[in-house]
Write a protein that binds this ligand. Structure first.
Ligand code: R5P
Length: 291
């Protein structure tokens, strides 16, 4: 099996190759034509081989690069192409909210799978997005990676910033054997939210070492508001953990000002990247390439 790391996911791709028993790993050559179009070239031939292409699609150009890489490895003789998209961009537009809108997540899935035999992604905004793939598609979870990290730290309590994150925080709580609860969240606009404590808590929270667990940190607004609310309740410490750390604008600095530590996985490069999803992705690839 060969692993190709797109420019958006080079480090994670290398970690995945190590988890696959030091599978040959390569970074393709990329450049821009004078008109701005992208050029990619993969080295060598993959005749009869399985090839894994790893590329998050955070920026629009990442998708173009991924599509070109898929075609390039096919042209180079790949027998099967496994596409790993650690962070699937546009996944939050997973339905038509207003007339005239696209279902962006669906069209991304359709295009990504064109030259793929299977797709692996991590913590989708909505699990139903997997159904938009017609080829075999798998979702790895960022929870085990974060849990491996949190196991080494003193923690009393886990908190989801919204009710939508209950399954996630419950799973983390089960692995770490800790109590949890979920805040009530009302989104005011794309950057502002209003949070409140639920009617019932699992016990007193003052003096506790708390970790807020979310799938995505985008602008950081949710974590900042959650941290402010918990600080008012005199918790001893607050950490924030997420699978996908986008940290838009000054999001990272804003969060760092109100929490003790920030953790994220390596689905997107960022200053909080402390846990790797490589073992969890590799496990799926090993299982699927064995068949
Ligand atoms: C919402 O459904 C997600 O789980 C995150 O809570 C949200 O995307 C975070 O966004 P922001 O960092 O902009 O508050």
């Amino acid at each position: 099996m060969h692993v190709i790391g797109g420019t958006a996911s080079t480090s994670l791709a290398e970690r995945i190759s190590r988890e696959l028993g030091n599978a040959p790993f390569a970074i393709p050559f990329t450049k821009r034509f004078p008109d701005g179009e992208m050029y990619v070239r993969v080295g060598g031939r993959f005749e009869g081989e399985d090839v894994v292409v790893v590329q998050s699609t955070r920026a629009d150009q990442d998708l173009i690069e991924l599509l070109l890489l898929e075609d390039a490895v096919r042209e180079a003789g790949a027998r099967r192409v496994f596409v790993v998209v650690p962070y699937l961009g546009y996944a939050r537009q997973d339905r038509r909210f207003f007339p005239g809108e696209p279902v962006s997540a669906r069209t991304f899935c359709r295009h990504i799978e064109l030259d793929a035999d299977a797709v692996v992604t991590v913590d989708l905004h909505s699990r139903q997005t997997l159904a938009h793939f017609s080829k075999p598609a798998f979702e790895a979870s960022g929870i085990p990676a974060i849990a491996r990290l949190l196991r080494e730290r003193p923690i009393d309590l886990l908190v989801s910033p919204d009710q939508g994150g209950i399954d996630r925080v419950r799973r983390m709580a089960q692995i770490l054997d800790k109590p949890w609860f979920a805040l009530q969240k009302k989104r005011l606009d794309s950057e502002h939210v209003e949070l409140s404590l639920p009617a019932a808590l699992p016990g007193p929270i003052d003096g506790k070492q708390v970790v807020i667990v979310d799938d995505v940190i985008s602008t950081g607004g949710t974590i900042v508001e959650a941290a402010k609310l918990l600080t008012k309740r005199n918790v001893a410490s607050i950490s924030a953990a997420c699978t996908h750390g986008l940290f838009l604008k000054d999001g990272f600095e804003r969060i760092k000002a109100v929490v003790d530590e920030v953790f994220s996985t390596d689905t997107l490069g960022n200053p909080a990247e402390k846990a790797s999803v490589a073992p969890d992705i590799a496990q799926i690839l090993l299982r699927e390439t064995a068949s």
